[in-house]
Ligand binder design. Structure first.
Ligand SMILES: Nc1ncnc2c1ncn2[C@@H]1O[C@H](COP(=O)(O)OP(=O)(O)OP(=O)(O)O)[C@@H](O)[C@H]1O
Length: 957
């Protein structure tokens, strides 16, 4: 695997999507294992040919076609152009390393005990590495010398495994095999998107030959699907955030906030900034254009790698934390400008600073140019407090630093300039008297120092308080609503709001008016030297933190005494020379999660708790409150939140958060707890209620027609429930209590094509009786029971729950949906049990529902089959419902066209009302097209045959 520097020469080569030509003479000579060899002349071949022929040639090593392939191009998948277009659409190439991917490759290394693991994306002529373990510094590989390029071929549907690369004629001469790192084993699974397009691979390499079991392949495939989920999630997120509507929605609500606000994605290496408001610009002096779409750590000096552990832990644990970054305040009322040390900005900053120096003296620094007035060359370091961080050996030293800082603060930032001038000459002596002005000046040349004096700025800290949008917030959380699109992306753990302000000099340390734990007695601080940061590459700092870094938390006082190492004494000295001005990190006190939830009116009681309407982070939600005794494992209260949390599907009620608090003490002294589940609010009630209210009936002149089921509404609703259940079962979760009361309806916009006129989406809820099954044990014996009317016979008689029992419950829901009446209506509990156990099961007879397509009746009957094995799976149910829905829609469209033909004189709108409401038909446009086709002498809609076939297949005719 040769590392290529994307050279123009490589780019000039024949593009892979053009047919291969005769190979030029210079290709025919190459070096293998240091020996110059001459290859036979190469014939012109089409792209698809080399792949197939080369594959065939694997069985026939002497075939010259291998040479053809090697010298012509890499093997290309059939859909290469589309594949590449799609890859580019993800905007992932050449992005920074991201923790989410690094975690997976790290996991691969450990799971499969291999030294090398990678996430790769296959670009036109290179394979680019999004995450790489074990090959430090490697960023990309020439595509034609890449093993991964082969994994894209559909010839390898699941995985490409090469036990010994030396024995494989395709790969034995690859640089990665004959040279460093001398790979022997390769296994890869393609990263396949929802369009079945292969974008890249998750692959592992070993330096010795080995076997790879099919179980390992499955595991690798599962990890690859995690990678793909991350890729899709990121794209969805980008789509959302590029969507101007969303930007406005959230932008509007924060624009007028008086506090500086910023929304960051902490999953990105340098903390991508999505939104900032006007107050942010006023406070920091950094323009909206420069901030939004950029990265936090491009605006400020990044911390040393070892210290990055602190924020990583904080973000992982969704803790809220505070950063104080030294800044240069331009003097005057509230005005400030935060220095940037981004080398690219430096010249601009200096230039602007000098040009504005005169005008800014004593000014407020609020105007745009003023914003860029003083670069801040003080190198950032981190001090942080971590839970249980008393192992940091820098504690004692840190205290000194704190004291120094306090003394520095006491010496007065604003009056620092004269001291600075004095100290400038003798820079380098760490002393309390030096104050921050000493550091300020000592970091500059004499010229700079005098220029700064003339500007009259003073050194302060700018405070950023980062709050996870998923951690239940406190009164300090910005009172703006989170864009719902962000919440629905299940990325809550990565997004943080940060407020920004510049505390007054008096509160810069210790006397913190906002009540943060900054320099609190309980928090130990460590300070980190900046060494290793500034010398590194732009992206290196975040990606280069490995587990081993955390083993050396003693970042300055006891580390190796090198000039540049993070543990360097000299770096500590350097800070002190700069007056101790450094970026500090501290965790904020735990927010009380309950403070962020406002409970409103009661929506209802269930058998295990109550549900309230409420607000969470400014969004309307439902809050389900369950009670439990601490330490008791009650599946109902303990399992439901856990289980619900891992589900994410458009037809399943979303759970945003969960928190627990003690509310009382039981008689035996154990605490009584309340579990609050923050749920998506479903504003249209339950499906059972909707049926009773006639929401699934045909509507004529605005009124529901009693007894006239609108089949399309019913089918669409049933399909959504089946889709949710298909997903649930694919996640190995049994619902256990599917019934009309546990299917909630959330208001939805009417479909633009006018076909779906329900105005709601069905969502499965209530996982209180849900259980996880395993492939070995697909049945659960349970003593907890759901709703008697919806329980399958085997659940009642044998207490055995399975996927088939859920299907039975769904059959009962279908019965209710289609008949409009409650199952076993008028019967009491014992009668129902006796009826079910004696084999008199619920049935939907054709004479009861003559208007229903036979195919639908068959589906209901099969779901309600006595024996579990006779019931369909949800995959089958879902597909059957889809088929029926399509056929019914087509049939109604055909009817509409026919009716329109009969009444051509009526105005278009009337026609639409007359036919459209009554039989829930298609749009006027479709009808008009059908009528036109009929008029032209063809069959109505021009698709009679097709419709008839579809209808017959669905059992309609
Ligand atoms: N996400 C939600 N949005 C709107 N209303 C909800 C939501 N979740 C539950 N409700 C309503 O709150 C009430 C109680 O719901 P809950 O799920 O606790 O009980 P249940 O399903 O009626 O009974 P059980 O829990 O015993 O099965 C019901 O009326 C339900 O419709």
């Amino acid at each position: 695997m040769g590392c290529i520097q994307s050279s123009p020469a490589a780019a000039d080569k024949q593009a892979p999507d053009t047919p291969a030509k005769d190979v030029q003479p210079e290709h025919s000579s190459r070096e293998v294992n240091g020996v110059q060899t001459k290859d036979p002349p190469i014939k012109a071949v089409e792209h698809e040919q080399p792949v197939e022929q080369c594959l065939a040639a694997v069985d026939e090593p002497s075939s010259p076609l291998m040479v053809v392939w090697k010298e012509v191009e890499v093997p290309l998948p059939l859909d290469e152009q589309n594949r590449w277009d799609q890859l580019v659409g993800y905007n992932i190439l050449d992005t920074e390393p991201e923790e989410a991917y690094d975690r997976i490759t790290e996991l691969c290394k450990r799971l499969f005990k291999v030294p090398i693991a990678m996430v790769t994306f296959v670009d036109k002529d290179r394979v680019w590495l999004k995450s790489v373990q074990g090959l430090p510094g490697l960023k990309q590989v020439e595509r034609r010398q890449s093993l991964c390029a082969w994994t894209l071929l559909s010839r390898f549907p699941e995985a490409l495994v090469v036990p010994d690369l030396r024995e494989d004629i395709r790969f034995k001469d690859f640089p990665v095999v004959v040279g460093w790192p001398h790979a022997r084993f390769y296994a890869a699974v393609p990263l396949v998107n929802s369009d079945n397009v292969r974008l890249g691979t998750l692959c592992i390499l070993d330096l010795k030959p080995r076997d790879f079991s099919s179980d390992s392949c499955t595991l690798l495939a599962q990890l690859a699907s995690m990678v793909m989920r991350e890729v899709e999630r990121k794209r969805a997120m980008n789509d959302v955030l590029c969507n101007t509507a969303v930007r406005h929605e959230s932008g509007d609500s924060i624009t007028h906030d008086r506090q500086g606000l910023m929304l960051c994605d902490m999953a990105t290496a340098k903390w991508a900034i999505y939104l900032v408001n006007e107050a942010w610009h006023r406070t920091t002096g950094i323009s909206h254009e420069m901030a939004a779409g950029g990265h936090f750590w491009d605006l400020f000096e990044p911390p040393a790698p070892a210290q990055v552990q602190a924020y990583r832990l904080a973000v992982e644990q969704r803790r809220n934390f505070e950063l104080r970054i030294p800044c240069n305040v331009g003097g005057g009322a509230g005005g400030s400008s935060i220095g940037r040390t981004n080398p690219q900005l430096e010249p601009l900053l200096l230039q602007q600073a000098s040009s504005t120096a005169g005008s800014m003296a004593g000014g407020n620094g609020l105007n745009h140019s003023g914003a860029l007035l003083q670069p801040q060359p003080v190198q950032s370091t981190w001090s942080g407090s971590l839970p249980g961080a008393n192992s940091f050996s820098g504690a004692c030293h840190s205290q000194n630093i704190q004291q120094q800082q306090q003394q520095q603060d006491a010496s007065g930032g604003s009056g620092g300039s004269s001291t600075a001038a004095a100290a400038g000459a003798g820079a380098g002596t760490p002393s309390a008297a030096g104050g921050k002005a000493i550091g300020f000046v000592s970091a500059f040349s004499g010229h700079e120092a005098s220029r700064r004096r003339s500007i009259g700025g003073s050194m302060r800290y700018v405070r950023f308080q980062f709050r996870s949008i998923s951690s239940a917030a406190s009164h300090m959380t910005p009172a703006v609503s989170i864009p719902p699109a962000l919440l629905s992306q299940d990325t809550r753990s990565n997004f943080y709001w940060a407020t920004v302000d510049i505390p007054s000099a008096a509160s810069t340390h210790g006397g913190d008016e906002a009540g943060s734990s900054f320099i609190s007695g309980s928090n130990l601080y460590f300070t980190g030297g900046p060494g290793g940061v500034f010398g590194g590459t732009d992206n290196a700092w975040a990606g280069s933190v490995h587990a081993s870094d955390s083993a050396a938390p003693s970042t300055h006082s006891s580390g190796p005494h090198t000039a540049t190492g993070p543990g360097s004494d000299s770096s500590s000295m350097q800070q002190q020379q700069m007056g101790g001005m450094k970026t500090t990190f501290s965790l904020m006190p735990e927010d009380n999660p309950f403070q962020d939830i406002t409970i409103g009116s009661l929506l209802g009681w269930g058998s295990y708790g109550r549900v309230h309407r409420g607000y969470w982070n400014g969004s309307l939600v439902a809050v389900k409150v369950l009670e439990q005794v601490a330490g008791d494992f009650n599946p109902r209260t303990s399992l439901e939140p856990l289980l619900h949390h891992r589900l994410s599907h458009p037809n399943i009620v979303a759970m945003f958060d969960v928190c627990t608090q003690e509310v009382d003490v039981c008689e035996d002294g154990r605490p009584l707890q309340e579990v609050w589940m923050v749920l998506e609010f479903c504003n249209r009630g339950t499906l059972s209620d909707a049926i009773q209210r006639g929401w699934l009936l045909s509507v004529r002149d605005g009124a529901p027609q009693p007894g006239q089921l609108d089949l399309l509404r019913a089918l669409a609703t049933a399909r959504e429930v089946a889709r949710a259940m298909e997903y649930l079962h694919s996640q190995s979760v049994l619902h256990g209590d599917l019934n009309g009361n546990n299917i909630l309806l959330a208001g939805a916009a009417l479909a633009p094509d006018g076909v779906d006129r329900r105005g709601f989406t069905a969502k499965v809820a209530d996982f209180g009786l849900s259980r996880i099954i395993t492939p070995e044990n697909e049945k659960i014996i349970t003593r907890t029971h759901g709703t008697i009317t919806h329980m399958a016979p085997e659940v009642i008689t044998e207490a055995t729950h399975s996927k088939a029992a859920d299907v039975y419950s769904f059959g009962v829901v279908l019965f209710e949906l289609l008949s409009g009446s409650k199952p076993y209506q008028g019967m009491h509990y014992a009668q129902i049990v006796s009826s079910i156990t004696s084999g008199k099961l619920l049935q939907m007879l054709p004479q009861q529902a003559p208007h229903l397509p036979p195919g639908l009746l068959e589906l209901v009957a099969s779901c309600l089959a006595t024996k579990p094995v006779d019931r369909p799976t949800f995959i089958e149910v879902h597909s059957k419902l889809q088929e029926l829905e399509t056929a019914v829609a087509a049939q109604q469209q055909q009817q509409l066209a026919a009716e329109q033909q009969l009444a051509p004189a009526q105005p278009a709108q009337q026609q639409q009302q007359h036919v459209g409401y009554g039989c829930y038909a298609a749009s006027a446009a479709a009808a008009a097209a059908a009528a036109a086709a009929a008029e032209a002498g063809g069959d109505a809609c021009g698709c009679t045959q097709q419709v008839t076939k579809q209808a017959a297949a669905a059992g309609l005719q």
